[in-house]
Design a protein around this ligand. Structure first.
Ligand SMILES: [Zn+2]
Length: 376
């Protein structure tokens, strides 16, 4: 299970590039994995590290050698994970070495989350109150990379959320990157490339990780988490190319988002706009962005299903338990331009993701939907 590239969903092109670098012995000292959230950047970096450290020295980690065994828990003396930690960053109270500079509860949290990451590379390490990658974490890299440890072989430093480096940390890392040491590799990971100093980026080989497709996410949900097929398809749509998000959504109540979407549509179709604003107040005034995104995605799935029902292919309905409601809707609105409704929702979703003001997006969408569905 933990032993090879299969653990990373999709990303076949990236895997090939990394494997080819290993087989041609053309390894860079530093890599920068970038792309959207939850596409598998961390997973790729971890798998790359596992492969580089494996005693077989092939393009796929064996999973059984002592190094691979240690990698199963991410507790490998030649691997160091760096991520944002809470706490101040003054030089005065600098402490070093694993955990010594951390409060007990933080240390415990780091241990717990690292263990979770080891079991699931799509889990995002998020230590409470952590804002920055601390300079003492970077100083430790400096110290450890130049030490010859008990274990021979390569040394790998993975820096998750590399964009969370403040100026001091970034400058300190830059110095390390400027003096590459034999056998030491840095794997930086970020979904906000623009927030990282160009001088750091210029020292790294860039590894762009594209968004996952809905199909890849759905297949992974079914295969890994035994999610029921229809549910997997709905969740994959809601996840928008982000497997971490898909996992989080599973813990959420999809049925509730669906009810919200239908309720929203009812309000839109209702008699007065006054009532619409009243009933859907939170979308027209508040800043419930996350909710809005889920609402719109659910609405898109709904219109997609109405088109499916209208075509008579009921077997392909995603909202299986809503078949009766869908049929009723199609009886009333089947002659309207449902495809245009779907595009309107899609456009609204796009605007929302580009940070357009929420009330404006919702207002414009309501007007459009109303016009299409009430057309003579
Ligand atoms: Zn191995």
């Amino acid at each position: 299970m933990h032993s090879n590239w299969e653990q990373v969903i999709g990303q076949e092109r990236v895997k090939k590039t990394l494997q080819s670098a290993i087989s041609h012995q053309r390894l860079s000292h530093a890599y920068f994995f970038w792309g959207g959230g939850g596409v598998g950047k961390d997973a790729l970096a971890i798998e790359f590290a596992r492969t580089l450290l494996c005693h077989t020295q092939t393009v796929t980690a064996c999973g059984v050698c002592p190094s691979c065994k240690k990698m199963e828990t991410l507790q490998h003396p030649n691997l160091k994970l760096i991520f944002p930690l809470p706490g101040g960053d003054s030089d005065k109270n600098e402490k070093s070495d694993d955990g010594e500079g951390l409060e007990n509860d933080v240390f415990e949290e780091v241990r717990r989350q690292t263990a979770e990451k080891a079991g699931n590379p799509y889990f995002h390490i998020d230590i409470p109150k952590a804002r920055f990658i601390l300079i003492r974490s970077i100083r430790q890299i400096k110290k450890e990379s130049s030490m010859t440890g008990a274990e021979q072989g390569k040394k790998i430093f993975i820096i998750f959320d590399a964009d969370a480096m403040n100026d001091a940390s970034a400058n300190s890392l830059l110095k390390v990157l400027e003096e590459p040491l034999e056998g030491v590799h840095f794997l930086l990971v970020s979904s906000r490339k623009d927030a990282v100093k160009p001088t750091i980026i210029s020292r790294c080989q860039m590894v762009q990780c594209p968004m996952l497709t809905d199909e890849e996410i759905a297949a992974a949900l079914i295969a890994r988490l035994r999610v029921e097929e229809k549910q997997a398809h709905i969740v994959s749509r809601l996840a928008n190319g982000n497997f971490t998000r898909a996992q989080e959504l599973l813990g959420n109540d999809i049925a509730k988002f669906r009810t919200d979407a239908v309720q929203f549509l009812r309000s839109v179709l209702g008699s007065s706009s006054m009532k619409l604003f009243e009933e859907q107040e939170e979308y027209f005034t508040g800043n419930k962005r996350d909710n809005a995104e889920q609402l719109l995605t659910m609405l898109m799935v709904w219109f997609r299903d109405t088109i499916v029902v209208r075509e008579g292919s009921h077997r392909n309905i995603l909202n299986v338990d809503q078949e009766t409601d869908l049929k009723k809707f199609v009886q009333n609105f089947g002659t309207k331009n449902l495809e245009a409704c779907m595009s309107s929702v899609e456009r609204a979703l796009g605007l929302l993701r580009r940070n357009v003001y929420l009330p404006l997006v919702m207002l414009s969408l309501s007007v459009h939907l109303r016009r299409i569905l009430h057309a003579k």
